[in-house]
Design a protein around this ligand. Sequence first.
Ligand SMILES: [Zn+2]
Length: 134
Amino acid sequence: MGRFERLAKLEAKLLRRRDHLRAALQDDLETLTRMSPVGGDLADVALEIGYEDVISQLADSESRELRSIEEAISRLRSGTYGDCQGCGKPIPLARLEVIPDATLCVKCQRLVESSGCRDWSQYQQRAYDRAGRD
Ligand SMILES: [Zn+2]
């Protein structure tokens, strides 16, 4: 399979994931709106409150992933998809096929992880701050 076909497959995968996440988020929001702490006995209320936390955390992580997937789709359309945000080199397709919304190659990802940073921009900021102090 050529690069073009592999990218087309990746795009289809990203679109499927996006639709899935959108539907899941919609469900979560509906569940959250339906749930109300009024009515039922106290035990039910406590249970619902715990459940509400779980759902809203789930919705949080789903919307973060959705954002990342949507960014990947727009990179695909603008032709910058698969470029490593760190070193600018192309991320191998094999990696993208596992993590379609990856923005870093394995090398740069390891740099970020081993420094305990959240992402590349935080890593860069820290490196910048360090340079400023020396
Ligand atoms: Zn890189």
